[in-house]
Design a protein around this ligand. Structure first.
Ligand code: B3K
Ligand code: ZN
Length: 874
């Protein structure tokens, strides 16, 4: 496969002003008639008059230029390109292609899912529909006529507004849609199916009434309310916080069962993976509701950050994704608890994005090259990209940031632009120089801050010395220091914030400062301190960096109960737990477990004053994945055992406190989705999990009762999970069977059922995983099912996956090879746990490498898997 370079970007040679599409949908295929009004791009760099269009898996039926059919020697069909050597300055091109959506297992372009037709065109799916300059900097107005059998496909949708509809011969009908906004082809969408619609309206800030519709299969009609509510809140929020009003008369969401990603922001017609939009109290967990709220918001926010202003090329993907993730996380923070949202975002970032940034696929937020763009929908583009925008927000302050975003939308409305254009708008609006800051887009790798401190008793001066380094990553070494906002505070021995006086004469300095690091080495002095302070570093995780500071357990315990920064309070607890667990890895049997950790958790369990949502988060031990990420040469079973040992010890020592916590937070009144109610459910389910972890009899009775009586999925699943992970084998088997029996007709719940087992080291050992793949409810063609068994096993059941002997690795390699032929995008994503092979101790890494080689040697490897495997082995 070829590598594509940002440095080789050239503007398109031809532009498309208008696209007229007509789809004839049939059971054995679809005929696509496309008429493109094109003209030479005045900004084109190359001379000549050759037109090249992209195509993939298309059968060309006819081709005409300005109404004249082209003879076979007037064009070349090169498989993935259609080349017309000579075209006029402006012309109309008519192309007819035949495609087979019913056989499309890649789920890119037009395909069928549970009997309906739907599309996924980002990044390069439109070329699977018709020949087209399939690149985001070609923006055109689309008119789309969809024709299909009326009884099988009563609902026919595309982007924009419906302008005409009617009946045709043979029981067929059509609807024509017109999208007034020029858009790149990746935002095109079409849906045809037997769907019911849930309607609502939204009145915009300028008083326009928008027709809102969610389309689902009839059986899901009762599962749309939450998404609709989230949509309306998102629309209001984007008006209030960003001044962005919706622009079409109608906004539609469609739920689709077979979908490679979470959702897609097609103009006016968002298509969602069912699991990211459908929810009801009895079928969706609190986490699922929150995910739905975030994704509905995310896709809606793309209407401005992505659609009205789009990407010039795919190297700029973070322009829309990083910014939009930042926007949706601000929204979620505003809807619930900001601290908890921050903890969740940072947990994902530090566990998975830091790992990506330290592995063979590490790439900058704005990559310089790729083979397959689908592989670059990564945590770095999304989550690190969002952190970069967040730092700009914090450096500028909310007001100037808003000025900057207004300028950006204003200046670039209707254009396809670059991350640099975004930064420039922020600079121009604020007057700040973000020159060095731009390195965040160019340099891969997580910067490391080595911090040490010194206290001069006589002078009353406390000094922080900070050394910055950015690690080498594939293809990049010798990096420059980056511009890092480093938020800090200092506490006295009572836990009171101290004024940060940076000059000897200062007094009454602020309690928190953002130190701006721009050099390799900085020293900061704080004056007028009567005692050695406790530092609170990188408050609220002000930058996506690793901080190394020689924390003592006393300091961490102190911060855990005193830091006014909620995030750092949580983080101190995590650091302490990490330290305790790490000290047990490979320690002799019977090594004492830090008694102060137990006491800290006891305090937490009984703390009814502190925000319960924060308490719920603080009680969760750092995950195995995070512990692996922090270690040099991970021995997963050893890490797993050490963590289990701590959990067992805590549960035994705190048994009565856990029971009390459970009772105190037991179900009260109606199910609510407020942060307080969510926190209560989280607390009681954590307590239950811990009690069952030590096979507590009373805990077992509570779990069985909760499992049977629960009026919501969070509690039912919490009880199921606790039972499944306990030693009560007959309860586990019975609960799993009952759960399946009850919910077998609901695919979203069946996915939960699969993943509870696949993530459990009791119910998810390899033979059990293999049995799940044979289960009648499992379906290789459905990405959610594949993820909930294979993905969850390799990504969350780490001790089972890394079982000595390498059986887990061989298993994953086999599944990747099997999926590569049908769905390369999903196959490439599944490889990810193997790509980090260098991170593990030799007995594991050599077998992981062997598994990668097995995949490499498969015949006819897709470009997607090829890139990931070859880069990992390089
Ligand atoms: N933009 C889509 C992702 C499409 C991925 C294509 N491989 C969803 C989102 O980020 O909103
Ligand atoms: Zn997005």
């Amino acid at each position: 496969p070829q590598t594509i370079y940002l440095s080789e970007y050239q503007p398109p040679a031809y532009l498309v002003d208008h696209v007229n599409l007509r789809f004839e949908l049939f059971e054995d295929g679809a005929r696509v008639h496309s008429t493109l009004s094109m003209r030479r791009n005045p900004a084109a760099m190359q001379s000549g008059s050759t037109l090249e269009l992209d195509g993939d898996s298309l059968t060309l039926e006819s081709l005409a230029l300005n109404g004249q059919s082209l003879a076979s020697d007037e064009y070349r069909n090169e498989g993935d390109k259609l080349v017309i050597p000579t075209v006029p300055e402006a012309f109309e091109l008519t192309v007819v292609t035949w495609i087979e959506p019913q056989n499309n297992t890649r789920l890119e372009g037009l395909y069928k899912s549970s009997g309906m037709f739907c599309t996924q065109c980002e990044a390069e799916g439109f070329r699977c529909i018709t020949y087209y300059p399939d690149r985001p900097d070609v923006m055109a107005r689309f008119q789309t006529r969809v024709e299909a059998d009326k009884s099988a496909y009563p609902v026919l949708l595309s982007n924009g507004n419906p302008v005409e509809q009617g009946d045709l011969e043979n029981g067929r009908h059509f609807v024509t849609w017109e999208d007034p906004f020029p858009k790149p082809a990746y935002l095109f969408a079409l849906v045809a199916g037997d769907l019911v619609e849930k309607r609502d309206t939204f009145t915009t800030c300028s008083g326009r009434n928008i027709d809102l519709r969610i389309y689902v299969e009839a059986r899901n009609a009762r599962k749309c309310d939450y998404a609709m509510d989230a949509l309306k809140r998102s629309m209001r929020w984007d008006e209030e916080v960003y001044g962005r009003e919706y622009d079409l008369d109608i906004f539609m969401i469609v739920a689709v069962d077979d979908f490679n990603m979470g959702a897609m922001e097609n103009k006016g017609l968002n298509i969602f993976n069912s699991s990211c939009v459908l929810a009801s109290q009895d079928t969706a967990t609190d986490a699922a509701f929150q995910r739905i709220e975030a994704i509905v918001a995310h896709e809606y926010f793309h209407n401005w950050s992505g659609n009205r202003v789009t990407c010039r090329d795919w190297f700029q993907l973070s322009l829309k994704e990083g910014f939009t993730v930042f926007r949706d996380s601000q929204f979620s923070a505003d809807m619930g608890s900001p601290t908890v949202k921050r903890i969740e975002d940072v947990t994902l970032l530090r566990t998975a994005q830091f790992a990506e940034d330290a592995g063979p696929m590490a790439h900058p937020v704005r990559p310089a090259s790729y083979m397959e763009i689908s592989n670059f929908y990564t945590l770095t583009i999304y989550e690190k990209g969002a952190e970069v925008v967040r730092m700009i927000h914090n450096l500028l302050g909310a007001e100037l940031f808003r000025k900057g975003s207004d300028l950006y939308f204003d200046r670039h409305d209707g254009q396809a632009v670059t991350t640099d254009d975004f930064v420039k708008a922020m600079e121009d609006a604020s007057g700040r120089d973000l020159g060095q800051f731009r390195l965040w887009y160019e340099q891969a790798g997580t910067p490391v801050l080595a911090v040490s401190d010194h206290y001069d008793e006589v002078q009353g001066v406390y000094r922080l010395d900070i050394r910055q380094s950015v690690p080498d990553t594939p293809g990049q070494s010798g990096k420059k220091p980056q511009h890092i906002p480093f938020a800090i505070g200092l506490l006295d021995s009572e836990g009171q914030p101290l004024p940060l006086n940076m000059g000897a004469e200062d007094s009454n300095g602020p309690a928190e400062r953002v130190l701006e690091l721009t050099e390799t080495q900085h020293s900061f002095e704080f004056h007028g301190l009567k005692e050695r302070p406790v530092p609170s570093l990188l408050r609220d995780f002000s930058a996506p960096v690793r901080v190394h500071y020689p924390w003592t357990r006393e300091q961490l315990l102190f911060l855990m109960s005193h830091d006014p920064d909620g995030f750092n309070r949580w983080d101190a607890g995590q650091k302490l737990a990490v330290d305790v667990i790490q000290s047990l890895v490979d320690a002799p049997q019977g090594t004492e477990i830090e008694p102060r950790l137990v006491e800290a958790y006891r305090l937490l369990l009984n703390d009814t004053e502190l925000d319960q949502a924060l308490v719920a988060k603080m009680l969760l031990l750092p995950s195995e994945a995070y512990l692996i990420e922090l270690s040099e040469q991970a021995d997963v079973p050893a890490i797993h055992d050490a963590r289990e040992q701590v959990l067992t010890h805590l549960a035994q020592a705190l048994r009565d406190d856990l029971l009390a916590c459970y009772q105190r937070n037991a179900g009260q009144g109606d199910y609510q989705l407020t942060p307080g109610a969510i926190a209560r459910r989280s607390l009681r389910n954590t307590a239950l999990a811990w009690l069952l972890h030590i096979d507590d009899k009373q805990g077992r009775a509570l779990a069985v009762e909760q499992f049977e009586q629960a009026d919501n999925m969070t509690d039912r699943l919490g009880a199921l999970r606790a039972l499944v992970n306990s030693g009560f084998e007959s309860d586990r088997i019975r609960a799993l069977a009952e759960f399946f029996e009850r919910f077998q007709d609901d695919p979203q719940v069946v996915e939960l059922w699969f993943s509870v087992q696949a993530s459990s080291d009791r119910a998810g050992q390899l033979p059990q995983i293999q049995a799940l793949l044979e289960h009648p409810a499992f379906d290789w063609k459905n990405p959610n099912k594949v993820r909930s068994v294979v993905g969850v096993f390799a990504g969350q059941n780490l001790a089972a996956f890394h079982k000595p002997g390498g059986s887990g690795y061989r298993f994953l390699a086999d599944q990747v090879c099997r999926l590569d032929d049908s769905n390369p995008q999903i196959a490439a994503r599944l490889v990810s746990p193997l790509t980090r092979w260098k991170k593990f101790s030799p007995q594991y890494s050599s077998q992981m490498k062997t598994a990668l080689e097995r995949i490499r040697d498969k015949t006819e490897l897709s470009r997607d898997v090829y890139e990931v495997v070859h880069k990992s082995l390089a």
